[in-house]
Design a protein. Structure first.
Length: 404
């Protein structure tokens, strides 16, 4: 079975620890990092742990057994847990954990992409609601500039198979996308993020009030909202080439189709189409597993937009479908990449001080609140036209790239 060389994994760990965390600055000596890795990715766990220790950081390991086809631990929990166990929330432990850590690294390495396929989706959604306070505590700390996180992939046979690639080909996409084929990947990332930053700044200088996305499978209107800004290049996901914002959910009107499959809660959903009215999804359908899509949208806040994102094809080195949102929402290709997320908004898209904002403040500003955040991706042709505050219109995105 193919495995990347130790040198590649060393470079990969260097990117996450000494660049992605800390918003492009890396960790500082004495800081504490929660490291969540599944046992299938043990070689990477070793290199990440070494990188953290060499940088002077403290490691809080969250080393987990992966879901296998024969031993499906994820499904087993929902099969065996009673109502009290499904509602169990270790508040003291998780509150202490959030207080303790400065950063978090999560390595996605699925060994059974359909582990939860036969589980009642309502059970899964209800369980996710139980852990919403944990998510909110981390967001609160992040809003104060005291916590950063990043997510990356470690390829498995199951992931490669679902993308119709060999394990070596799948790893090839990771290596290329993360600049691990370069002598100094961190320097390459700094160059890319500088370019992304230039476009991000140009977008913010435009003072956009509204957006309209048009194309053969979309006609969607979006309101930017009060005190919004475009962000990107933060290191939160590796790789990440997107520039995005969290608009005022109340302004969404129109419809959109999404040509990329969505792997959600152990199910593969294909051919998704949504219609929005007064900011909410009023119609949703899918060519495959529509029932899963409809159940997901029933969750609190899951029928509203939390993110609007565009990827410029000139930045991305991802050339294949990967079956993982982390990569598919950042793919290049001839038409670039567009995605929206149903569910929670990102507070860092607020153009102002986040630290003093209450839940009610975020609500008034039209930032969506939800326990989930589900990205829906399309790579079909589209044009994005901005209406500026002075009433002028400007095409900001066409033919897969920004026009700024």
């Amino acid at each position: 079975m193919y495995q990347p060389s130790q040198k590649i994994l060393e470079k990969y760990a260097d990117v996450l620890v000494n660049f992605a965390l800390g918003g492009g600055e890396g960790i500082k000596k004495g800081e504490t990092i929660r490291l969540t890795v599944y046992d299938i990715a043990k070689p990477f766990y070793i290199e990440l742990r070494r990188a953290i220790l060499k940088a002077g950081g403290n490691v809080l390991s969250n080393y987990l057994p992966a879901d296998e086809v024969k031993i499906n631990l994820g499904k087993e929990f929902y099969d065996l847990a009673d109502e009290n166990q499904l509602k169990f929330f270790p508040d003291k432990f998780l509150r202490g954990l959030v207080d303790q850590i400065d950063h978090s690294i999560f390595i996605d390495s699925e060994t059974n992409k359909f582990a939860l396929k036969k589980v009642d989706l309502k059970k899964i959604m209800d369980a996710s609601q139980v852990f919403k306070p944990f998510k909110e505590w981390k967001e609160e700390k992040e809003n104060k500039g005291k916590f950063t996180w990043t997510i990356a992939l470690y390829a498995t046979e199951a992931m490669a198979k679902e993308a119709s690639l060999s394990l070596k080909e799948y790893w090839g996409q990771i290596i290329k996308a993360c600049f691990l084929d370069k002598a100094n990947p961190v320097e390459e990332w700094k160059k890319v993020y500088k370019k992304i930053g230039e476009y991000k700044n140009k977008l913010n200088e435009l003072k956009i009030e509204k957006l309209r996305v048009t194309g053969p499978d979309v006609d969607l209107k979006i309101n930017m909202g009060e005190k919004r800004k475009w962000v990107g290049g933060s290191g939160r996901n590796v790789p990440s080439f997107e520039i995005f914002t969290s608009p005022d959910w109340r302004g969404a009107e129109g419809w959109a189709k999404f040509n990329q499959p969505l792997y959600s809660y152990g199910n593969l959903i294909e051919g998704i189409e949504l219609e929005f009215k007064d900011g909410k999804v009023v119609k949703a359908k899918a060519e495959k597993n529509e029932k899963t899509l409809l159940e997901m949208i029933k969750a609190d806040g899951a029928d509203k937009i939390g993110e609007f994102s565009l990827t410029d094809k000139r930045f991305s080195r991802i050339t294949k479908f990967m079956g993982e949102t982390l990569y598919d929402e950042n793919a290049g290709g001839p038409n670039g990449n567009f995605h929206i997320a149903l569910g929670s908004s990102y507070h860092d898209t607020f153009d102002g001080d986040m630290a003093d904002k209450s839940k009610e403040d975020w609500k008034k500003l039209g930032f969506n609140d939800s326990a989930i955040h589900t990205d829906l991706v399309s790579t079909s042709p589209r044009t994005v036209t901005a209406t500026l505050r002075d009433g002028a219109e400007k095409i900001i995105y066409k033919n897969g790239q920004f026009c700024l």
